[in-house]
Each structure stands twice: as structure tokens, then as C-alpha cells.
Design a protein around this ligand. Structure first.
Ligand code: ZN
Length: 161
């Protein structure tokens, strides 16, 4: 795949992530096929049709929020789009739960726009295990530098931007 498509998809992931109502962490994920056609997208969000009162983000985030990567998979399912042998681009490497979903639907390649060491420390273990599981289950992973000056899911990361 040419660098031009990497940059193009990175820009789309950033645009998708900006839709998240979580002001602290904005994650995007898109799924493309071998012809570089965009099949699905998702961002970290409240589950569909629930009351999306932002106060729920404070103490009940884990109950109401679905991750960007799984939302991209679910959005494809809603439309009957097959994801076998596709590529996912995401703001961060997927967590362990999203990694399992990626493996199970047959996504074959994952491109992260952020290195794990630049993600929040509280996510580090899950992202490392997610990446390890993807590799073990024959899903290839790759880091692709995000477009310069664009957010990487957080207002502040561990490195200056
Ligand atoms: Zn996840």
C-alpha cells in the first residue's frame, strides 16, 4: 500500500475520532478492503439509543461506552458488510477486547496511528496484550505515523506533539 493511502486513511481516522463525545479520549477506527475502499467506521461512543448524558462518562463509562474498533465492526454488521481479509486503521492499537473482535471477524491487518508507548499508561497493558494476541492469531500489525499536528486520541500524550 502506498504512503498516500496511509495518509489518506489516517486523516479519515482523525476525522472519525473527532465525533466522539468523550472530551478526554477520542478514538477512531475505519475498515478498508484490499481495493482501498472504506467499508466502515466507528468512534468511542455511547451505545446506540441510550441516554447519552455526558455525566455518565464520569463514573459509568465502562457500562455505556463502546470502543471505536468494535463500533466499526458493529456498524459493518448492521449493514451486512463482510470484514474477512480487511484492514483496520485505528488511533491506538486495539485493546485486548477489541483485538478479540478483530480476530473473530477475520480482519487481517491492523494499522495504528500511535505507538503503544505514546498511549496513556493505564491502557498500556491491554494494548500490549491486544497486539500480542493479534500477532499470535496471524493478524499483522503496523504503526503508521499520524498526520503531523493532528491529535492522537488525547489532548495530552506522554510525548509532546
Ligand atoms: Zn477496545
Amino acid at each position: 500500500m502506498s504512503i498516500n493511502f496511509h495518509s489518506y486513511f489516517a486523516e479519515i481516522v482523525n476525522a472519525v475520532s473527532s465525533k466522539s463525545k468523550n472530551n478526554k479520549v477520542k478514538i477512531g477506527a475505519i475498515i478498508v478492503n484490499d481495493d482501498n475502499v472504506l467499508l466502515s467506521s466507528g468512534y468511542n461512543s455511547f451505545v446506540r439509543n441510550c441516554n447519552d448524558d455526558p455525566r455518565k462518562l464520569i463514573h459509568e463509562k465502562d457500562i455505556y461506552i463502546e470502543h471505536a474498533e468494535k463500533n466499526a465492526i458493529f456498524n459493518a454488521a448492521r449493514e451486512g458488510i463482510r470484514l474477512k481479509d480487511t484492514t483496520m486503521y485505528c488511533t491506538w492499537y486495539p485493546c485486548i477486547e477489541c483485538a478479540k473482535a478483530i480476530i473473530q471477524v477475520g480482519i487481517k491487518h491492523v494499522v495504528s496511528l500511535t505507538e503503544i508507548e505514546d498511549c496513556p499508561i493505564k491502557w498500556e497493558t491491554s494494548l500490549i496484550r491486544g497486539k500480542q494476541l493479534l500477532t499470535e492469531c496471524k493478524v499483522t500489525t503496523q504503526y503508521c505515523q499520524a498526520p503531523q499536528g493532528k491529535p492522537l486520541g488525547l489532548e495530552q500524550t506522554r510525548v509532546s506533539m
